[in-house]
Design a binder for this molecule. Structure first.
Ligand SMILES: *[C@@H]1O[C@H](CO)[C@@H](O)[C@H](O)[C@H]1NC(C)=O
Ligand SMILES: *[C@@H]1O[C@H](CO)[C@@H](O)[C@H](O)[C@H]1NC(C)=O
Ligand SMILES: *[C@@H]1O[C@H](CO)[C@@H](O)[C@H](O)[C@H]1NC(C)=O
Ligand SMILES: *[C@@H]1O[C@H](CO)[C@@H](O)[C@H](O)[C@H]1NC(C)=O
Ligand SMILES: *[C@@H]1O[C@H](CO)[C@@H](O)[C@H](O)[C@H]1NC(C)=O
Ligand SMILES: *[C@@H]1O[C@H](CO)[C@@H](O)[C@H](O)[C@H]1NC(C)=O
Ligand SMILES: *[C@@H]1O[C@H](CO)[C@@H](O)[C@H](O)[C@H]1NC(C)=O
Ligand SMILES: *[C@@H]1O[C@H](CO)[C@@H](O)[C@H](O)[C@H]1NC(C)=O
Ligand SMILES: *[C@@H]1O[C@H](CO)[C@@H](O)[C@H](O)[C@H]1NC(C)=O
Length: 898
């Protein structure tokens, strides 16, 4: 009898570890009560948590959702004390099943008996969502200050030992909006097709103040903080104790705060875990939890001459908007088409540059921060990049034993010098992304805005350092050279081969490539950058006839063509000469430009060869479930090329799959750093000065992935629908994000370090070039009439007068527009688009062109009726040329839907 009663009693207090709500099915880990599994009720075959790896990382120091981290001190000048429940994994809290809406209740007094605060945790539910709440109570006779409080967040971003298909099917990425009371986290599936988690503050004390990387022992089997597992972060509601110590060298995203607790007083922090079916529902899901939502157009990067707008979805009135630095931005109230949204015109002040924060104070006591980045005008930014590339980054030492001169080389902004030696030899060797980046940026600038003295230098580089050195000009079995092969690096570490060269003895050279390794030509990626150089010289001649002085444009186009073909070549046994030729290569958008140029020049044999080579690759991708392979286990680089050729060859299924893949790793949030920031986290190791695994802000994923998303927007039949606008916003955010890397002097950083102890641009220009390539290739001004907001321009300044809508492009290139209400995409190859005037009642358009100083006096106009709307060119008498029409500069053309 007695034993049965005991059993019944113990069952009554044993915690129930599984739970079901209308949105979720989940499981808490026995003992610790942390989240082990969280499955959406709509698809319980999918788990947001890495429950399959849970047993591999359930030790002391492994973080899970439900852990609690904080810092406290008895109020006064003493140091901070840490509480971190993951560090006490071997001591379980006292846990009981909850009651009513509470699922599980834990107290940690047994784990932390000797501290002046009492900690408890509740898992509860709210309208089917899961809520995690922590309550801290002061049980001391003195006032206690909480200087930090963070909720570690773990969902399945562990790609370790998974196949590409498994990674896509099982894994997620977590992206933050560090926006105080309006902050949230989104957990998106890598399929890009949802469902997704939206984590919002619950109650009003849980502002998203900072996002803190969590250190774990890297030797665990899941490979924490490696290429296959970026690691985990905590949502900090308080961060003062970090800002005073580890983070004291930086300017944090938000003002760091703490909370003081009088004796007996307590504070609760809580997060709510809800569902957004699709990525484009995320903001609606946030708003449905009564959290304010901010939408910036064209995003949160503003050149000083580009007007922005900000729309707010909130029930509460706005009390004030405070800008820091003071007056860097101006907000002026305006109206949205749907008056449920509050609307502002946003302009940047002349001379302002860099980060700017808008703190929106609401009447209900909540505050939201929107994080902007101000740049110079796009035109000045490009000009300065060109000037810097061909002066400070221009290497001229003709006695260089590596034959790198003359060249645009990698820049180290901390020491103010070109990088001539680095153990990652390619960074000093003008190849790989980390070393060819600066050459690529300088080439792209020269392609669109050719400057005579810069072009002269670029030609010297192409004919001296590149042709015959970086790129083999003969095939010679004895040396292993293959004509048109591109070396992996011109610089190498090989004291035996170069006994007289002074290698820097302070560098650890172990593992650096020797001459043979550096001179091998098997890496297909490297071919793209050389082809970009040649194409840019070809294109410069179109934009500014007569500018070439060393070779003519045909010579460069032919070299560009040969380089593309060489990247795909096979040897006498039919074996590929290169590796990775069959995956999407970064920057290969320029290969389509090369193909089009070959057609325009009537070099049809060559054009056919390029087309056949690309078709072969695309046919392979069309058969692959996950055609986004690269050198890495998971990547966000192949999508650009896969989309490009799938679109070209009309492979709709692959196009759709690629776009979804991008949507899974490219968020839109009201912060310049994460808006459109395609996931990258390992390339500081290969192109950065501060080399570590770290979430990168606006690395080349941004510029390159903006291309497919923005291109596809032009074909969206409902251009103002929520899903279309989501694409335009992530695409434009990514594209504009790619300009923030350029400093006021024209130097560039490969990406921004997001860890709160750093928050700065990497010192190396490194692989910035591919980012800039994406920016230039995606530069375009879009006009769309939005259902809630009214007329919007992305990339230009808008004036609306009744039915007359005039847009002045302010994007960097100013040679492409998309007029969504007509489904008209229009491009010119020289001059600039001065403005365009759309008449919404007549459905007609006038486009006005300008000549640029030293530029061509005619341009080729091409246009596409992307939505089959029947839009027609109504200007008569234009001559056909190069697959389009010749237009005079200055001049204008007109279109209408008949
Ligand atoms: C239910 O649980 C909460 C949290 O643990 C507690 O505060 C409350 O008193 C409990 N209510 C009942 C009726 O047991
Ligand atoms: C208050 O906390 C301090 C620091 O932990 C401790 O030394 C002291 O004994 C506590 N006093 C009371 C009354 O709990
Ligand atoms: C929000 O804050 C107010 C005071 O500013 C407080 O009265 C209220 O209880 C809080 N609400 C919640 C849900 O925490
Ligand atoms: C991954 O594979 C390696 C090598 O087989 C193994 O040591 C490690 O435990 C595995 N990790 C996981 C998370 O499966
Ligand atoms: C920053 O914090 C470190 C300790 O983390 C300390 O050594 C250093 O003096 C602090 N610097 C400043 C400027 O306060
Ligand atoms: C190849 O380039 C080297 C180095 O510039 C040059 O000396 C040689 O003449 C070139 N050979 C051919 C065949 O162009
Ligand atoms: C030189 O590099 C090539 C290509 O990477 C390789 O096949 C060859 O074995 C290397 N030769 C030597 C001597 O290391
Ligand atoms: C460039 O030079 C080659 C060889 O002299 C010639 O065949 C070609 O037509 C020239 N191209 C142009 C655009 O002048
Ligand atoms: C793709 O489809 C379009 C429209 O039907 C057609 O004009 C084009 O030639 C096709 N492209 C290829 C490469 O087949």
């Amino acid at each position: 009898m007695r034993s049965i009663i005991t059993l019944a009693l113990s069952q009554a207090v044993v915690a129930q570890n599984t739970f079901t709500t209308s949105n979720w099915q989940g499981q808490f880990a026995s003992g610790s009560g942390v989240l082990q599994s969280l499955k959406p009720a709509t698809d319980t075959s999918f788990d947001f948590s890495p429950s399959d790896y849970f047993s591999l990382r359930n030790g002391v120091g492994n973080y899970h959702t439900g852990d609690i981290t904080l810092r406290w001190r008895i109020q006064g000048p003493s140091g901070w004390n840490d509480v971190d429940t993951s560090a006490q994994r071997d001591a379980d809290p006292q846990t009981t099943s909850g009651n009513g809406s509470s699922l599980l209740h834990s107290t940690f007094d047994n784990v932390y008996p000797n501290i002046p605060i009492s900690i408890s945790r509740d898992w509860t539910t709210q309208d089917g969502d899961l809520v995690l709440q922590a309550t801290i109570k002061n049980k001391n006779a003195s006032t206690v200050e909480l200087g930090a409080f963070g909720f570690p967040i773990e969902f399945n971003n562990i790609f370790t030992n998974r196949t590409a298909d498994d990674t896509t099917a099982k894994c997620v990425l977590v992206d933050p909006y560090i926006g105080l009371d309006a902050g949230y986290l989104q957990v998106t599936r890598l399929t890009g097709t949802g469902p997704n988690i939206v984590i919002t503050p619950h109650g009003n004390a849980s502002k998203f103040e900072a996002y803190r990387f969590l250190n774990e022992d890297p030797s665990q089997p899941t490979g924490y903080q490696t290429q296959v597992f970026e690691g985990l972060y905590a949502w900090q509601t308080l961060s003062k104790a970090y800002a005073e110590n580890e983070w004291n060298a930086t300017n944090p995203w938000n003002v760091p705060t703490s909370v003081t607790l009088a004796p007996g007083q307590s504070v609760s922090f809580a997060l709510r875990f809800g569902i957004a079916q699709n990525v484009y529902d995320i903001e609606d899901a946030v708003a449905s939890k009564d959290v304010p939502v901010a939408v910036g157009v064209p995003g949160y990067v503003l050149p000083v001459d580009m007007n922005g707008k900000l729309f707010l979805n909130t029930k509460s009135a706005v009390k004030s908007i405070v800008i820091e630095p003071n007056s860097a931005l101006a907000f002026t109230t305006t109206t949205a088409k749907n008056s449920a949204w509050k609307a502002y015109d946003v302009t940047a002040s002349t001379g302002a540059y860099g980060r700017a924060r808008a703190t929106i104070q609401y009447e209900d006591g909540r505050a939201q921060t929107v994080h902007y980045y101000i740049t110079d005008t796009s035109q000045n930014t490009a000009t300065k990049l060109g000037e810097f590339s061909f002066s400070k980054q221009w290497y001229t030492d003709s006695s260089d034993p590596f034959h790198r001169a003359p060249s645009v080389m990698t820049w180290d902004d901390e020491v103010g010098q070109i990088v001539l030696q680095d153990p990652r030899v390619w960074i000093a060797g003008i190849s790989d992304e980390g070393g060819a980046g600066s050459l690529t940026a300088a080439s792209m600038k020269s392609a669109i805005m050719p400057d005579a003295s810069e072009i002269q230098k670029l030609e010297q580089m192409a004919n001296t350092a590149v042709w015959g050195w970086l790129q083999d000009n003969v095939t010679d079995a004895a040396t292993g050279s293959i004509k048109y092969g591109v070396k992996r690096s011109l610089f190498y570490y090989d004291p035996a081969a170069l006994p007289d060269f002074q290698y820097d003895s302070s560098i650890q050279w172990g593992g650096s490539w020797n001459k043979n390794d550096s001179y091998s030509v098997w890496r297909a990626y490297d071919y793209v950058w050389v082809s970009v150089l040649y194409w840019s010289l070809y294109n410069a001649e179109l934009a500014a006839p007569g500018i070439l002085t060393v070779q003519n444009s045909t010579w460069y186009l032919e070299k560009a063509y040969q380089t593309v073909i060489a990247s795909q070549a096979v040897d006498e046994n039919g074996q590929p000469i290169t590796a990775y030729a069959d995956v999407g290569l970064m920057g290969e958008t320029v290969w389509l430009y090369i193909l089009k140029a070959l057609r325009a020049e009537d070099m049809n044999t060559e054009a056919d060869a390029v087309e056949a080579a690309m078709k072969k690759r695309e046919q392979l991708w069309s058969t692959q479930s996950n055609p986004f392979g690269s050198e890495m286990a998971w990547d966000s680089t192949g999508q650009e090329g896969v989309y490009l050729w799938a679109k070209y060859f009309n492979d709709t299924a692959t196009v759709t799959k690629t776009l979804n893949s991008i949507r899974g790793y490219m968020p839109t949030v009201a912060h310049w750093g994460w808006n459109g920031n395609a996931r990258r986290y390992w390339d500081f190791l290969y192109g950065g000065k501060l080399a570590r695994i770290e979430r990168m802000i606006h690395h080349y994923g941004s510029g390159l992935n903006s291309l497919p998303i923005l291109d596809d927007y032009k074909y969206n039949k409902e251009p103002s629908s929520a899903s279309a606008m989501y694409d335009l916003r992530i695409g434009y955010g990514a594209n504009m994000g790619s300009t923030t890397n350029i400093r006021t002097d024209g130097s560039s950083g490969n990406a921004f370090h997001s860890y709160p102890d750093t928050l700065k641009w990497d010192a190396y220009s490194g692989d910035y070039g591919p980012t800039f390539l994406g920016h230039i290739a995606g530069s375009r001004t879009y006009l769309v009439e939005h259902n809630d907001f009214g007329w919007l321009a992305f990339g230009g300044n808008l004036a609306v007068d009744g039915n007359a809508v005039t847009v002045e492009p302010k994007d960097m290139v100013k040679r492409g527009i998309y007029v969504a209400p007509l489904g008209l995409a229009l491009d010119i190859d020289a001059g600039v688009i001065k403005n365009f005037e759309y008449d919404a009642s007549a459905k007609s358009l006038v486009v006005n062109f300008d000549k640029v100083d030293g530029g061509a006096s005619t341009a080729t106009l091409v246009f596409e009726d992307t939505l089959s709307s029947g839009v027609k060119l109504t200007t008569a008498g234009l001559q056909q040329q190069r697959g389009g029409y010749a237009v005079q500069l200055p001049g204008s053309v007109a279109f209408s839907i008949a």
